[in-house]
Design a protein around this ligand. Structure first.
Ligand code: 13P
Length: 249
């Protein structure tokens, strides 16, 4: 099975910087070795779409509006993303939960809206440091997943990836141990089994994200039950990101 590798550029790179990045990245990246998804800022989507044309690379966005109504100044709808060549969208990232006050209701609506527009969802879940210190990691994951997936049909999970991103590991240089990730992935699959089915739990794709670098990537490459990785800061330098990708093959 090919590993999933997702880059989240967050609010980095102008369209011309993205172009420069892709000139270098695309000349060295070998398609078909991983399932690569580039989640870029809205303003870089169009240049990236043009440049990755005919390559086996998926384009992702980092957010979408939870609504289809037209009176949403400043928002971007799922329909607009799909028509821009976007196939995936991040939902529930901890930065959006914290800074933009996205609660579980909004996250659930965004997921439904994305799926309705034939977008695949990358649902981010993860515990805070306080949760971890009070042994609430697994109950937090359960709550976040149950609330996010409320009302979904089992067949819709085909178009969903769950990204386990502990909040304390994002951008901090700290990472969980392989055992901790394995336990979290098992817990995530258990929630899916209880809410949907054993088959859904086996088939749902789960990735890990948080402070991944070329130095620590070997630790994430062969964790039981883990289908791939989600990379933030270390995806911003093409040569660094390529080192990470090559370690996943
Ligand atoms: P870092 O890799 O920079 O820790 O970010 C992870 C992340 O938030 C990806 O969504």
């Amino acid at each position: 099975m090919k590993k999933i590798v997702i880059a989240n550029f967050k609010m980095n790179k102008t369209p011309s910087e993205t172009k420069q990045y892709l000139i270098s990245f695309l000349s060295k990246y070998e398609d078909y070795k991983t399932d690569l998804i580039l989640a870029l800022p809205y303003t870089s989507l169009s240049i990236a779409k043009f440049m990755i044309d005919k390559r086996e690379i998926s384009l992702g966005a980092q957010n979408l509006c939870d609504d289809d109504e037209k009176g949403c100044t400043g928002e971007i709808s799922g329909k607009m993303l799909a028509d821009s060549g976007v196939s995936h969208v991040l939902v529930g990232h901890s930065e959006r939960r914290a800074k933009f006050k996205e609660d579980s209701k909004i996250i659930n609506k965004k997921i439904k809206n994305g799926l309705k527009n034939r977008l695949s969802i990358i649902l981010c879940v993860g515990e805070s440091l306080a949760d971890k210190n009070t042994m609430k990691t697994l109950s937090t994951l359960r709550m976040q997943i149950e609330e996010a997936l409320k009302g979904l049909y089992e067949n819709e999970l085909e178009n969903l990836i769950i990204a386990y991103e502990p909040v304390w590991a994002i951008g901090s240089g700290k990472t969980p141990s392989p055992k901790e990730i394995e336990n979290a992935v098992r817990a995530i699959r258990k929630v899916v089994e209880e809410d949907f089915s054993k088959k859904a739990a086996q088939e749902i794709r789960v990735v890990y994200g948080g402070s991944i670098t070329p130095k620590n990537i070997s630790k994430f490459a062969s964790i039981e039950g883990l289908d791939g990785i989600l990379v933030g800061g270390a995806s911003l330098e093409s040569s660094v990101f390529l080192q990470i990708i090559n370690a996943m093959i």
